[in-house]
Ligand binder design. Structure first.
Ligand SMILES: Nc1ncnc2c1ncn2[C@@H]1O[C@H](COP(=O)(O)OP(=O)(O)OP(=O)(O)O)[C@@H](O)[C@H]1O
Ligand SMILES: [Mg+2]
Length: 217
């Protein structure tokens, strides 16, 4: 199963979500690896801080779009779940990632600027869905704050994508929490850290994605 974390916008939480899903899935008993496609190599750096005593998550850095398809096909045979940490651009790399993915998760923040940036990405996704017909795309609200009315408005606007482009918004939402920053620096996922609320929300997200995997056709 190939699950990518994508968005043309930088800093929306692609690497954070990718690493945290990897940690949850590996702790659930899945054989998991990460492919880091970003030239910043955030997930490669993250894994360098991870203790050898924790469940192993191999991270492969592949920043050449041309090298991606063969490598992903090989890894998909060896691992239950291949997570692709995406790159923040509408590049050849992003097109290849979307063509190869079974599922893509699109983390987004809920400002106007972030919403506007999703629109061209959604157009690229709908073009890809013509070729990769089984691709399932899900928006994930990150750094979510339900107290802010604007955020509620953006969530309703995202719902429109469901009908227009067949892109659903996940029920699970991730709040802004310091533990996400802390655990990245320690090579951890919040599942392995000390904030019970963060752990609960990341388990809920992983369970929601697990049920998508189980029903994948
Ligand atoms: N829910 C959250 N709560 C608090 N901090 C977060 C959360 N999600 C992400 N961050 C922080 O926001 C910053 C950007 O996150 P991250 O690096 O995961 O984004 P990205 O989309 O991968 O960025 P890039 O496009 O540059 O690769 C990081 O400092 C990360 O620790
Ligand atoms: Mg990143």
């Amino acid at each position: 199963m190939i699950i990518s974390i994508t968005n043309l916008k930088g800093g929306v939480g692609k690497s954070t979500i990718c690493q945290n899903l990897a940690v949850c899935f590996v702790n659930m008993g899945y054989k998991v690896c990460i492919v880091d496609t970003d030239t910043n190599q955030t997930s490669m750096k993250w894994i360098s801080f991870r203790s050898d005593e924790l469940p192993n998550i191999p991270v492969f850095g592949i920043t050449e779009a041309g090298a991606l398809p063969n490598n992903i096909k090989i890894l998909n045979k060896d691992y239950d779940i291949v997570l692709i940490d995406g790159t923040p651009s509408l590049s050849k790399m992003t097109s290849k990632i979307l063509l190869l993915s079974n599922i893509t998760i699109i983390p987004t923040l809920l400002s106007g600027a972030d919403f506007w940036a999703i629109e061209p990405f959604v157009e690229r996704l709908s073009e890809t869905q013509v070729i990769n017909e089984s691709l399932q795309s899900y928006i994930l609200c990150n750094k979510f704050d339900s107290r802010i009315n604007l955020e509620k408005t953006v969530v309703s606007a995202l719902k429109a994508f469901e009908e227009d482009f067949n892109i659903k918004t996940l029920d699970s939402k991730i709040k802004q929490r310091v533990i996400y920053k802390d655990s990245m620096l320690k090579g951890l996922g919040v599942y392995e850290a000390t904030d019970p609320k963060a752990k609960t929300e990341i388990i809920a997200l992983t369970n929601e994605i697990q049920s998508i995997i189980e029903n994948f056709n």
